[in-house]
Design a protein around this ligand. Structure first.
Ligand SMILES: [Fe+2]
Length: 315
């Protein structure tokens, strides 16, 4: 994994920047913040900018971890019971700003109009009625690994997660496609655009999904788009067997990291699949709480389905 531990000096610079930006804006959802966040990010410590730029440009790994940002558990307040319930106080605003500043060094944050009210910076918290659902707000069911928003060609290039609390050390799981040994014959089949992707349960839409390849890019170091739970079983034996082969190979390479408060994990949505282990939620304000953003390297690709050049919401 590509890792960076922030130094005290860097944290001093970050704290000043985060406070200044947090004081200028009422939330990270507004255009006033989103139009300026990539400019503010120019003021992050250079080592952090180099680290994220290297992750973006040379693809040294499918995931990277930034640690050291201090999170004060008392000031975080209670874990909300629902992602719609906004935590009060300015402290979580600072955390949102930090995650978004890091994210802006990789791309522009995007949201989906039909998912979580079009929010950019989302609270990943267990919801009482969702315990047995296989979605981000579930808990007792393992969230099986997947490419984020696999059925959409406008899916993000990166997912950013920041941990506010994780008392039971619940792992965020992932597998890196570069670490999966692939048989060349299967790779060839998986490169063919014959796999049908359907929207996952977090996208209540009437979209029919898309037909595409599972692997793409350089066959030696392929990119991956894969979510077996939300794909049709292919019609031919050859395609079915290639899909099952890749599923097993990813299963064997699945690993994970239990994020600590303050840690930011960026997942390259082309180079890694990700999920979450199951856990027993308490629903008493002390549960696991992560922040999530989705980032696109090139906003223009989705211009046809956004209202304005700088709008972040995909309709
Ligand atoms: Fe996900």
């Amino acid at each position: 994994m590509h890792r960076l531990a922030l130094t005290e000096k860097e944290l001093g610079e970050i704290r000043l920047l985060v406070r200044e930006v947090a004081a200028r804006h009422s939330s990270v959802e507004g255009a006033d913040f989103l139009d300026n966040v990539s400019t503010y990010a120019h003021e992050m410590p250079r080592r952090l900018r180099v680290f994220l730029n290297t992750f973006r440009l040379t693809e040294p790994s499918g995931v990277c971890l930034i640690s050291g940002y201090p999170v004060d558990d008392a000031r975080v307040g209670k874990t909300p019971r629902h992602w719609r319930k906004k935590p009060d106080g300015s402290y979580t605003m600072e955390v949102d700003v930090f995650l978004n500043l890091c994210g802006a060094l990789l791309g522009d944050a995007i949201a989906w109009s039909h998912q979580r009210d079009g929010l950019i910076c989302q609270d990943l918290v267990p919801i009482e009625g969702h315990a047995n659902k296989m979605i981000g707000s579930g808990s007792e069911l393992e969230l099986v690994w997947h490419t984020e928003d696999a059925s959409y060609s406008y899916r993000g290039d990166y997912i950013g997660l920041m941990c506010l609390r994780n008392p039971d050390a619940v792992p965020t799981t992932f597998a890196l496609i570069d670490e999966v040994r692939l048989d060349l014959d299967r790779v060839e089949v998986l490169f063919e655009p014959r796999f049908v992707f359907r929207p996952d349960p977090s996208h209540p839409t009437d979209s029919e999904g898309e037909k595409a390849s599972v692997l793409f890019g350089d066959p030696r170091f392929p990119y991956v788009r894969f979510d077996p739970y939300c794909m049709d079983r292919p019609e031919t034996d050859e395609a079915r067997s290639a899909m099952d082969y890749l599923t097993r190979a990813i299963d064997e390479n699945l690993t994970g990291v239990a994020l600590l408060p303050g840690e930011c994990l960026f997942i390259d949505n082309y180079k890694a699949v990700h999920g979450r282990s199951s856990f027993k939620a308490r629903f008493d304000g002390t549960d696991r709480w992560l922040k999530r953003i989705n980032l696109a390297r090139d906003l223009r690709k989705s211009r046809a389905v956004r209202k304005a050049p700088a709008s972040r919401v995909i309709l």
